[in-house]
Design a protein around this ligand. Structure first.
Ligand code: G3H
Ligand code: 13P
Ligand code: ZN
Length: 316
C-alpha cells in the first residue's frame, strides 16, 4: 500500500529511520518488497531521473504496482530522488508519487529558496510533500582540513531560515556523507554535533541523510575476487550509527550503492563459477534472495524492523 511520506515520518520521527532505496528494475523491486515483509518494516521507494530514463516512466511505475499486488501487506511511500524542477512537476502531476525531492543545493541560497518554494506550492496543492537540500554533500576526505570540512556541512541557522522561507517538509542535510562507493578512506563518523545543532533549530523536522551506504569491505573483496576492480580502501557510513542519528531527527536514510554492490557480487560470482551458464534468471533469483536478506539486515540497523504493525495502525 502506498502511503504519504509524511505519514511514515510522523510515526518514525525520533524513534527510528525509514530506509529509502532506489530501484531500476524488477529484480530490485522483488527483493525490496520481500525483504521488507520479512523484516516487517515500512520503507520508501526512490525513483531517480536515471531510473525513469532507464526503465521508462510507465515501466517503473508498473513494476511497483505489480510488486504491490504480490506483497499486499507492504507499506511504503514512493519518492522522486534528486529531482530538478521540471521532473518534480512531472511527478507531482502524475499522481503516483508520495513525495518529491527538489535538489537545487548547487544553486546559491536565494535561488535554492526560490526554486524550492515554487515546487512546494505546486506539490502541497496536490497533497504531496517535498524534500529539499541545503549544504554540500561529499568530498569529506581525510586530507581536507577540519575547517574546510565544517564549511561544507549544513549550517543550522541557514537551515532554519531555509525551511521557514520554503515551507519544505523535510531537509537533506550535509552531515559528513557523500554519494557512491568512494566516500572516504579510513574510519569516519557522522558529524553528530552538527545533526544535533540542526535538530535544535528545527525540532520535529525530518532530516534526510543521503549517501548512507556502508560499502561493506567483504562485499568489495568478493567483487574483486570475482574479477571486479573496486578500490579496496573505500569506506562508507558505519551502519551502527543509524539509530543514534535517528534519535536526532534523521528519519530518512538513502541507500543505493550498497544494493548495487549486492547485484554486482551475485552476478560476478555466478558467472565466474558457472562460465557455461547463460540463463540470467538463475543469478537473478539468487540476487532477489540476497537483496531481500540485505534489506532485512538494513532494517534491523535502521530500527525500522518490526514496526509495520504500528505503522498500519497509524495510517488506517
Ligand atoms: O543519489 C543517487 C542515486 O544513487 C541514484 O543514482 O541517478 O544513477 O539512478 P542514479
Ligand atoms: P549511496 O550512494 O551512499 O547509496 O547514497 C544514495 C543516495 O543518497 C540516493 O539519493
Ligand atoms: Zn542522494
Amino acid at each position: 500500500m502506498i502511503v504519504t511520506t509524511d505519514a511514515l515520518f510522523r510515526v518514525a520521527y525520533g524513534k527510528y529511520a525509514v530506509g529509502a532505496y532506489n530501484i531500476n528494475n524488477m529484480e530490485q523491486a522483488l527483493g525490496l518488497f520481500k525483504g521488507h515483509i520479512e523484516a516487517q518494516a515500512p520503507f520508501i521507494i526512490q525513483i531517480s531521473k536515471g531510473a525513469r530514463k532507464y526503465a521508462g516512466i510507465p515501466m517503473i511505475e508498473a513494476i511497483i504496482r505489480a510488486a504491490d499486488q504480490l506483497y499486499p501487506d507492504a507499506i511504503y511511500a514512493v519518492h522522486l530522488d534528486h529531482g530538478d524542477e521540471a521532473t518534480c512537476y512531472s511527478c507531482i502531476d502524475s499522481g503516483f508519487y508520495s513525495s518529491v525531492m527538489i535538489d537545487a543545493s548547487h544553486e546559491p541560497f536565494d535561488q535554492n529558496v526560490a526554486i524550492t518554494r515554487r515546487v512546494v506550492e505546486r506539490a502541497h496543492a496536490r497533497g504531496i510533500s517535498v524534500e529539499a537540500e541545503l549544504g554540500m554533500l561529499g568530498g569529506v576526505e581525510e586530507d581536507i582540513a577540519l575547517d574546510e570540512k565544517h564549511a561544507m556541512l549544513t549550517d543550522p541557522d541557514e537551515a532554519k531560515a531555509f525551511v521557514e522561507q520554503t515551507g519544505c517538509d523535510s531537509l537533506a542535510v550535509a552531515i559528513g556523507t557523500s554519494h557512491g562507493a568512494y566516500k572516504f578512506k579510513g574510519q569516519q563518523s557522522l558529524h553528530f554535533d552538527r545533526i544535533a545543532a540542526i535538530q535544535q533549530k528545527l525540532p520535529g523536522l525530518p532530516l534526510v541523510m543521503h549517501g548512507s551506504s556502508s560499502v561493506p569491505q567483504e562485499e568489495v573483496q568478493r567483487i574483486n575476487a570475482a574479477g571486479g576492480a573496486l578500490d579496496p580502501a573505500a569506506r562508507g557510513v558505519d551502519e551502527n550509527e543509524f539509530q543514534r542519528a535517528a534519535a536526532l531527527g534523521v528519519t530518512k536514510v538513502n541507500i543505493d550503492t550498497d544494493g548495487r554492490l549486492v547485484w554486482t557480487r551475485v552476478h560476478r560470482e555466478y558467472f565466474r563459477d558457472q562460465p557455461a551458464e547463460f540463463d540470467f534468471r538463475k543469478p537473478g533469483a539468487v540476487y532477489v534472495q540476497e537483496y531481500a536478506r540485505f534489506i532485512v539486515h538494513k532494517s534491523e540497523k535502521l530500527g525500522s524492523a518490526g514496526q509495520l504493525a504500528a505503522v498500519r495502525e497509524a495510517v488506517s
